[in-house]
Design a protein around this ligand. Structure first.
Ligand SMILES: Cc1ncc(COP(=O)(O)O)c(C=O)c1O
Length: 357
C-alpha cells in the first residue's frame, strides 16, 4: 500500500475548539489541535492511514510498548509565512531519516522516508489553521510509533501504531538557560540506544534532571558514560560552543548522541558564512577552562523545541561559571534570526530545506 499513492481517509471533527484557546497564554505541549493521524501496522504491513478527531487511544493492559519500551518519537515544527499564505515545514526529511534509524535500532517496522514526510505534510495541511502566526510561535508536530501486541514476553511486537498529533506552541525557554555538567549519571553509553529517539532515554534522564533542577539548573549537560570526561549533549538539545571564533560541537561519531536537525542546520549555515566548524570530542576541561579564560565567547543548546537556547551559566562541581552577556553573542544571535527567518519564509531558502505544505 505505502509505495503507491497514499490513500487517506479523513474524518473531520464535529466542532473545532480553536476558539476556546487562550493564545496569550499558551503553555508548551498542553494544547492539542482538533485531529490526529493514525496508521496501524499488522499482518506484516502498514494499513491505510486515517486522519480522525483527536481523542484517547484505547489500550490493552499488556500493550508491549508499556512493558518493554518499543516506543519512538519525533519532534518538528510547522510555521506560517509572514503573509499567512504559505505553510512551511523545516527539513522534515531529516526527521524522516532519524525516525527510520530509530525504528531500525528498536526492531520496529520502518516507515519509508517519503511516506513519513507525506503523512506529516497531509496532516499539517488539515491542521493548518492551528499554526499561530505570531512571532516566535509555531505548530509543534509529534509523530510517534509504539508496539501494540497484547503479549507478555520479550520479543519484537508484531503490531504497531503510528500517530501524529500537534500542539500550537510558543517559546520553550523564556530566559537564557543554566546548565549543569553531569559527572555521575549517564544518558547513553556506546552500543546503547542514545542515537535513537526512543522513549526510555527520556524516562531514564528524569531523575538526574530533577536533581539538577533542585539545584537551580534548567537542564543537564551529559558527559560520556565511561569517564565523564567529554561533553555529549543536553536534555533535549545538542550543545554548541564558539571557541576562539571556531564553532565547536561534540562529534556524532559515537552512537550516544542524537543527530539533531537544528545543530546540523547551524553547522551548515556557519560553514556557508565562512566560519570554521569542528565536530570533535570536546572535553569538560576544555569547556571549564575556556569559560574561565574567555576563549569561549558563546555557548548554546540547539533543538527543535528550544530552537537556539543561549546558555547563561554552567554549573561544574561547586562552581558556577558565567558566560558572556547575550548581546555580545554575535554568531548565535545571527544564526537564530536567520533560521527563524528561513522557517517563516522571510529569507530565500537557498539551502532548499523548506517544504511548502
Ligand atoms: C536528546 C536530544 N538531543 C538533541 C535534540 C535536538 O534535535 P533536533 O534539533 O532535531 O530537535 C533533541 C530534540 O529532539 C533531543 O531530544
Amino acid at each position: 500500500m505505502l509505495n503507491e499513492a497514499i490513500s487517506m481517509k479523513i474524518t473531520p471533527s464535529v466542532k473545532s475548539h480553536i476558539n476556546e484557546v487562550d493564545w496569550d497564554n499558551l503553555p508548551f505541549g498542553k494544547v492539542f489541535t482538533d485531529h490526529m493521524l493514525v496508521m496501524d501496522y499488522n499482518n506484516g504491513k502498514w494499513q491505510a492511514p486515517e486522519i480522525m478527531p483527536f481523542g484517547n487511544l484505547s489500550l490493552h493492559p499488556a500493550t508491549s510498548a508499556i512493558h518493554y519500551g518499543q516506543s519512538i518519537f519525533e519532534g518538528m515544527k510547522a510555521n506560517k509565512s509572514e503573509d499567512g499564505e504559505k505553510v512551511i515545514l523545516f527539513r522534515p526529511d531529516l526527521n524522516a531519516k532519524r525516525f527510520k534509524e530509530s525504528c531500525e535500532r528498536m526492531c520496529m517496522p520502518v516507515i519509508p522516508e517519503d511516506v513519513f514526510v507525506e503523512l506529516i505534510r497531509k496532516f499539517t495541511e488539515v491542521e493548518s489553521n492551528w499554526i499561530p502566526s505570531r512571532e516566535g510561535y509555531s505548530l509543534y508536530l509529534r509523530p510517534f510509533l509504539f508496539a501494540t501486541d497484547d503479549f507478555i514476553g520479550i520479543r519484537p511486537s508484531e503490531t504497531y501504531k503510528f500517530v501524529i498529533f500537534a500542539c500550537p506552541v510558543g517559546a520553550y525557554y523564556s530566559e537564557p538557560v543554566r546548565v549543569k555538567i553531569e559527572e555521575h549519571y549517564t544518558r547513553a553509553s556506546r552500543g546503547g540506544v542514545g542515537r535513537a529517539k526512543t522513549a526510555g532515554n527520556y524516562g531514564a534522564a528524569l531523575y538526574p534532571a530533577k536533581q539538577g533542577q533542585l539545584q537551580g539548573f534548567h537542564q543537564l549537560v551529559w558527559t560520556d558514560g565511561i569517564e565523564h570526561k567529554y561533553i555529549e549533549e543536553s536534555g533535549t538539545m545538542n550543545i554548541v560552543f564558539v571557541i576562539n571564533g571556531v564553532l565547536v560541537t561534540p562529534s556524532e561519531e559515537s552512537d550516544t548522541i542524537l543527530r539533531g536537525t537544528t545543530k546540523r542546520s547551524v553547522i551548515e549555515v556557519a560553514e556557508s558564512w565562512g566560519m570554521k566548524v569542528e565536530e570533535r570530542q570536546v572535553s569538560v576541561e576544555e569547556v571549564v577552562n575556556g569559560v574561565k579564560d574567555g576563549s569561549i565567547s558563546e555557548a548554546f543548546g540547539a533543538g527543535t523545541a528550544a530552537t537556539i537556547a543561549h546558555i547563561a551559566k554552567i554549573g561544574f562541581r561547586d562552581e558556577i561559571l558565567d558566560l558572556p552577556a547575550i548581546e555580545t553573542r554575535t554568531f548565535s544571535n545571527k544564526v537564530q534570526k536567520y533560521l527563524d527567518d528561513l522557517k517563516t519564509g522571510k529569507v530565500e531558502d537557498t539551502f532548499g530545506w523548506c517544504v511548502i505544505v
